[in-house]
Design a protein around this ligand. Structure first.
Ligand code: B12
Length: 224
């Protein structure tokens, strides 16, 4: 009981500090806190959640006009500094060796937001999916090419801008034109994507978090 209490205090302490370090864009501190936290047994997913909370705060500041683009860049750089540590820990904890299925993932054309997409890719990999991460600013044709050449089961598309969400729809249209829409399950995501929008564009599902994306991918595979 005492230990359990200590663990929770430690976790809150680390994750709270991590969130704060993001808010002041302290890249080195973000890195060292993450390293310490995972070293002491804090779940890497809790670290990722704290980093996400921090960066979302910065997003709110930007939205309200209190913060500016360099603030977004500073916070994103600080968060990205911790991601290799989180990825490494998640991979270490990976239980499954056999691939559950192949996922092609990328951020759509016109959009360079990388962090959420990479978190989804990392968790899918950690859970046993084979992930082909195309990166950011990916054109519809590139998604289609990658699905064909990898014989993928799932397509995952990220969009963080209301102006680039439409690209997800363009990709689905192109898959229909190419006659391969029924060969892949499609998940779409990114903060502005709603369930209603996902349905309207003809995707098979959406999720608000990377953990939700993994659950969705597992559901896709089990229903195949
Ligand atoms: C960091 C950031 C940036 C960084 C990105 C750096 C990088 N390497 O990724 C930089 C500085 C480059 C940037 C640029 C811009 N940004 Co920006 N950015 C953000 C910010 C603060 C955080 C995004 C982020 O990384 N969140 C953390 C991750 C973990 O969360 P996430 O991306 O939402 O992902 C989670 C889920 O959505 C989900 N998910 C994500 N992808 C997928 C995919 C699938 C398939 C599924 C199922 C789930 C899923 O899982 C993830 C993990 O839980 C947001 C604010 C916000 N609240 O989101 C603004 C924000 C997205 N940006 C915004 C804007 C306007 C811009 C710029 C246009 C600014 C400008 N004037 O130039 C440019 C656009 C550049 C471009 N063409 O893409 C606006 C978008 C407004 C809108 N409604 O369209 C936001 C909302 C800020 C705001 N409040 O105004 N940005």
């Amino acid at each position: 009981m005492q230990n359990e209490k200590r663990f929770f205090n430690m976790k809150d302490n680390f994750t709270g500090q991590l969130e704060e370090a993001i808010l002041v864009y302290d890249k080195e501190r973000v890195k060292s806190l993450t390293e310490q936290a995972v070293g002491q047994g804090v779940d890497p997913l809790d670290c990722a959640a704290a980093l996400t909370a921090g960066i979302r705060e910065v997003g709110k500041g930007y939205e309200s006009g209190e913060l500016f683009l360099p603030d977004l860049i500073g916070a994103a750089n600080a968060m990205q500094a911790a991601m290799p540590i989180i990825n490494r820990e998640l991979k270490k904890q990976k239980k499954q060796i056999e691939s559950l299925g192949k996922v092609v993932i990328g951020t759509v054309f016109g959009d360079v937001h990388n962090i959420g997409k990479t978190m989804v890719a990392t968790l899918l990999t950690a859970e046993g999916f084979e992930v082909i991460d195309l990166g950011v600013n990916i054109r519809a044709e590139e998604f289609v090419k990658a699905i064909k050449s990898n014989d993928a089961n799932i397509l995952a598309m990220s969009a963080l801008l209301t102006t680039t969400m439409i690209e997800q729809k363009h990709v689905i249209k192109l898959l229909e034109q190419e006659g391969i829409r029924s060969k892949v399950k499609i998940m779409v995501g990114g903060a502005p994507v709603t369930q209603a929008y996902a349905e309207e564009m003809g995707a098979d599902g959406t999720a608000a978090t990377a953990v939700g994306a993994v659950q969705l991918a597992k559901r896709f595979i089990s229903n195949e």
